[in-house]
Design a binder for this molecule. Structure first.
Ligand code: KIV
Ligand code: NA
Length: 266
């Protein structure tokens, strides 16, 4: 079983093989997704709004991200583990990004980091990559900037915005990013960027032409009632879990559980 490494993703693009990526935030789900053959596991700052009860990704801390990254890397044998740098932990300067990225690698055990932005973080990407830490870029709708972007909105619509997004993607590639996430970008624009870049694009709400796809696992598996339009629900585990809890509650109340098989003899 060979570990997925960043050069394998580039090779996959060259061969026309699609890259699969899911988020993971803890050891048991990371083990399941790793054993299922998922190429990349992203310890996303989406843990904030999907699992920690925050309304947005903004409140999650570097220490939170390190704890979740450690849990994921402890369980993984094949997948490449990418850790998000959270809001406020990298933007100020290349040195700021480098310091946080080093913590994700040393304390979290990550194999790579991801952070949001285009040209404004190109120098950050360059320094982090030169220091031996692979960087994945993230463009389009970037949740950490939702207050500037005016909410969860498709990005890159119109010629000017499309041009800016393409230039950002090229700048990330030139700075040394090994892949670029495109989030909520019109499918034809994502297709054009995918053709222009030699590094893989990973889409989320960016159409079918990207070199890979990523989803937040709870959206993919139907953990909660609502999933975004761009996510497909491959299971209804929220309903399955609710049914299990109801059956357990019923059996405890009726005395049907536990029986002798769940008890210890003297
Ligand atoms: O945090 C996250 O889950 C992400 C993906 C949606 C790309 O950044
Ligand atoms: Na993220």
């Amino acid at each position: 079983l060979r570990r997925v490494r960043v050069h394998h993703l580039r090779q996959a693009k060259e061969r026309g093989e699609r890259i699969t990526m899911l988020t993971a935030y803890d050891a048991p789900t990371a083990r399941i997704f790793d054993e299922a053959g998922t190429d990349v596991l992203l310890v996303g700052d989406s843990v904030a709004d999907n699992f920690l009860g925050h309304a947005t990704t903004l409140p999650v801390t570097v220490d939170d991200m390190i704890r979740h990254t450690r849990a994921v890397t402890s369980a993984v044998r094949r997948s490449l583990v990418v850790a998000d740098l959270p809001f406020g932990s990298y933007e100020a300067s290349p040195a700021h990004a480098h310091a946080t990225a080093v913590r994700m690698m040393k304390e979290g055990g990550a194999h790579a980091v991801k952070f949001e932005g285009g040209r404004r973080v190109a120098e950050h990407v360059h320094l982090v990559v030169s220091s031996g830490i692979p960087v994945m870029g993230h463009l389009g709708f970037t949740p950490q900037s939702e207050n500037v972007l005016g909410g969860k909105r498709v990005q890159g619509r119109g010629d000017e915005a499309a041009e800016r997004l393409s230039e950002d993607a090229l700048a990330l590639q030139e700075a040394g990013a090994f892949a670029v996430v495109l989030e909520m970008v019109p499918a034809p624009l994502a297709e054009r960027i995918t053709e222009v870049l030699s590094v893989p694009t990973i889409g989320i709400g960016a159409g079918p032409a990207c070199d890979g796809q990523v989803l937040v696992w709870s959206d993919m598996a139907g953990l909660t009632d609502w999933s975004p339009r761009f996510a497909k629900r491959y299971a209804e585990i929220g309903a399955t879990l609710g049914a299990a809890a109801r059956a357990y509650n019923d059996e405890v109340r009726s005395g049907a559980f536990p029986t002798d098989t769940h008890s210890f003899a003297e």
